[in-house]
Write a protein that binds this ligand. Structure first.
Ligand code: G3H
Ligand code: 13P
Ligand code: ZN
Length: 333
């Protein structure tokens, strides 16, 4: 049994309290590789932001669970080396799909876990989330649960269509599970193709996606005042990265994300954790494709991973400063 506190990590409780009160959101960035981890830490240190580094089941399969845990421990040491004396770094399991997976992560040093029973019938979702909460809280590990279903298809997360969270269920769900934060469905979805062009409106030649259901968010906030709310599927799918990918041999058609103004608006509410993965994938791929196209003789991975890391860092800093507003929000620098 490894306790996250011995690794220098923190859980989400205090940072969420401050984020809800302060009207900003904590970034939750997925990572699978060392370069993503380094870029996340550099961005968090430069902006003096708390940060959630999250690991999906797919990331554990790709990179190995122990390696990712040691990378998170390394992230704390790296942040200190970069001059941040009191970093606030959460190691979070993203989309945990069983009690056993959550327990395994808690036992190996994660400070926060998500149990995603959103696809289950209501009572089963509650029972599973409560079981995870009861175990996690013994070790002061915080738990995110989900109510409502996001659309989108990825390796480990898939649903044909979304079902918005029902505000009339949230009090019962939060009370009976004892969860520390609640992921909701208000129109975001996973991946780089969040909407079809037919779902969007053409404004001055640009496809504008339908707005998020802020009315549902407002109702949820009314039912659970001050309770930490989480938004998944919050990449904005920047067109410049998509264009770079396509310019240098890629084929990403009809990629559409959540407009950043909508995320800015959500971050000012009880939404205190915003999940971003696809934008990092796009930033990395765009930089690698560009570098290799311009330097066809390069074959040392450091030559193309360095610009990829720089591009991801730039994107993370932009999200922190211009979208989520978590810059300068460390409790102590
Ligand atoms: O929400 C899911 C994350 O983007 C992780 O995706 O399961 O492909 O690692 P993944
Ligand atoms: P995106 O695919 O929009 O980056 O969402 C990531 C996410 O929700 C991870 O849990
Ligand atoms: Zn997600």
């Amino acid at each position: 049994m490894v306790n996250y506190k011995d690794l220098g990590l923190v859980n989400t409780r205090e940072m969420f309290k401050r984020a809800v009160a302060g009207g900003y959101a904590i970034p939750a960035f997925n990572f699978n590789t060392m370069e993503q981890m380094q870029a996340i830490v550099m961005a968090a240190v430069e902006t003096k932001s708390p940060v959630i580094m999250q690991v999906s089941k797919g990331a554990r399969n790709y990179a190995n669970a122990s390696i990712l845990r040691f990378m998170a421990e390394g992230a704390v040491a790296y942040a200190k080396e970069l001059g941040c004396e009191h970093p606030e770094i959460v190691l979070h399991l993203d989309h945990g799909d069983s009690f056993e997976l959550c327990k395994d992560c808690i036992d190996m040093g994660f400070s926060s876990v998500m149990i995603d029973g959103s696809h289950l019938p209501y009572e089963e979702n509650i029972a599973l989330a409560k079981k995870v909460v009861d175990y996690a809280h013994q070790y002061d590990v915080t738990v995110e649960a989900e109510l409502g279903v996001l659309a989108g298809v990825e390796d480990e997360v898939s649903a044909a269509e979304s079902h918005y969270t029902k505000p009339e269920e949230v009090i019962d769900f939060a009370t009976r599970t004892g969860c520390d934060s609640l992921a909701i469905s208000i129109g975001t979805s996973h991946g780089a193709h969040k909407f079809t062009p037919e779902q969007c409106t053409l404004v001055n030649g640009v496809l504008v996606p339908p707005p998020l259901a802020f009315d549902i968010l407002a109702e949820i906030e009314k039912k659970l005042p001050g309770f930490p709310i989480v938004l998944h599927g919050s990449s904005s799918v920047p067109m410049d990265e998509v264009n770079t990918i396509n310019q240098y041999g890629g084929k990403l058609e009809a990629a559409i994300g959540i407009p950043e103004e909508q995320l800015r608006k959500a971050a000012k509410s009880a939404v205190c954790k915003i999940n971003i993965d696809s934008d990092s994938r796009l930033a990395m791929t765009a930089a690698i494709r560009k570098h290799l196209a311009e330097h066809p003789g390069d074959f040392d991975p450091r030559q193309y991973l360095k610009p990829a890391r720089e591009n991801m860092k730039k994107m993370y800093i932009h999200k922190i400063v211009n979208v989520l507003g978590s810059d300068g929000k460390l409790a102590q620098c």
